[in-house]
Design a protein around this ligand. Structure first.
Ligand code: EPZ
Length: 419
């Protein structure tokens, strides 16, 4: 298994171009199941989760070719409606094929996603919404068996804001009979991106990005060309890299508005942020201390849970005591134990983490537990004294495109060792 070795203490300076968003590309790729016409997608990130999903879609009859930055997908006919456990155990987002399969061919057999390092991750809200739309759903032997003659539009209220739940039902409703109204919908930018893609294929979706989304069912969807939105979590992670190393990074081709809650927190910590139209410049003179700050994770536009681990690393070397509250997932603090190995002072109590800033972290051998935890350890290694060796970086490769190359181009002493 690959490892990443970092020799810390070097300020990062220069420019990084942000890749397409993993969490927008995943639902948009599953949405290609809804049309028999060719789709042309740009900025699909080269990360493992997307490689996995393309392989799965090919088993369902999709023809997919990647040339440079263009991904061409054509699903003339769906030849299989199955996504077995082997797919779902490596990537929970496989559940996003459920809505499109039911809408396009009235049948789906998808392995029930298990939990993961950050929580139980149920899909009850997905299933109850699909059954409200008329699907017959049977869950047995770890498989979701769903079938329907034709999905029916209806009013659906999500008790909890769910990103992939909103996405699954929005996709299912595009070809349903009649109109579907979703209330308490998730408002993440990735949902707007999916709605823009679907409307480009002839869907009739309004309200994406607000709590109420209305989808008027249509008879078919056409092909289209679309460019995936930039990855706001990669952007936030690189913002943290500039801050934790006392550097000066200009992040290009991003959407500053998507990072409003992160930028607000950085400014409270005394980090300088200059927002351009499609760029964010982050500066923190090495001599200046970052101030401690408290935050609570929340659905968008609140502070993103996918930035919580990265912020814990940053606050570990800030001046003072910070309180982190993880209010979205029930066990998303696995990175704390590894940061402690590097000298961080972190005390966990239920959904709270108290971080007492220290002068310096020290390099150590640490282990990644999940995607965002691995980026948190990279940040800590970039700032620590000495060498840090991070194992199980397959977690990192699921969601970050060549991040060690991007970091070394702006001054990091970082390399990947193939194990
Ligand atoms: C999406 O996961 C993202 N993944 C996650 O990013 C992200 O952390 C999460 O949204 C929250 O922003 C993708 O988009 C592929 P949820 P998702 O459904 O949709 C509960 C990353 O690092 N819930 O919004 O699975 C759930 O337990 C990943 O890129 C139910 O109870 O998250 C959680 O507490 C990690 N029943 C809360 O809702 C359901 O049926 C939010 O989960 C569904 C969710």
């Amino acid at each position: 298994m690959d490892k990443i070795i970092i020799s810390g203490g070097k300020p990062l300076c220069g420019e990084v171009i942000i890749s397409g968003a993993k969490n927008a590309a995943l639902p948009i790729l599953t949405a290609t199941l809804l049309s028999s016409e060719p789709q042309y997608l740009k900025r699909v990130p080269n990360v493992v989760d997307l490689f996995t999903l393309k392989k799965l879609l090919r088993t369902m009859g999709a023809e997919i070719t990647d040339q440079n930055d263009l991904c061409a997908i054509s699903v003339k006919q769906i030849t299989s409606c199955e996504a077995q456990y082997e797919w779902v155990k490596t990537m929970r987002a496989t559940v996003l094929v459920l809505g499109p399969l039911l809408a396009r061919c009235g049948e789906a057999h998808v392995s029930l996603p298990g939990g993961c390092a950050i929580g139980v991750r149920p899909v009850n809200l997905h299933l109850s919404a699909l059954s409200q739309m008329g699907a017959e759903i049977l869950v047995e032997h770890g498989m979701i068996h769903a079938k329907v003659k034709k999905l029916k539009g209806c009013a659906i209220h999500f008790e909890t804001s769910t990103v992939t739940g909103t996405e699954n039902i929005m996709m299912a409703a595009t070809l349903a009979d009649g109109t579907t109204t979703l209330t308490n919908s998730a408002m993440e930018p990735e949902i707007i991106d999916l709605a823009c893609f679907l409307n480009g294929c002839g869907a009739k979706i309004t309200g994406a990005g607000t709590e109420t989304i209305v989808i008027e069912g249509v008879s078919r969807l056409t092909g289209s060309s679309y460019s995936i939105m930039p990855d706001r979590i990669e952007t936030g992670t690189l913002m943290a890299a500039a801050a934790i190393t006392g550097g000066d990074l200009n992040l290009r081709d991003c959407v500053p508005d998507h990072l409003a809650s992160v930028t607000r927190l950085f400014k409270k910590m005394g980090i300088k942020i200059i927002s351009g139209k499609s760029s964010l410049r982050v500066q923190r003179p090495k001599a200046s201390l970052m101030r401690a700050a408290d935050f609570i994770t929340a659905p968008y536009p609140g502070f993103p849970t996918d930035m919580q681990a990265q912020m814990m690393a940053l606050l570990s070397v800030s001046d003072g005591v910070s309180k982190i509250t993880e209010a979205v997932f029930e066990s998303r603090f696995a990175h704390a134990a590894e940061l402690r190995r590097m000298g961080a002072k972190i005390y966990l109590e239920g959904s709270h983490a108290i971080v007492e800033g220290v002068q310096k972290l020290s390099g150590a051998q640490v282990m990644a537990s999940d995607l965002r935890a691995s980026s948190s350890l990279i940040l800590a290694g970039l700032s620590a004294e000495g060498e840090t060796e991070i194992s199980r970086v397959y977690h990192l490769d699921r969601g970050y495109e060549r991040i060690e190359e991007k970091l070394s181009k702006v001054g990091a002493d970082i390399k990947r060792v193939h194990g």
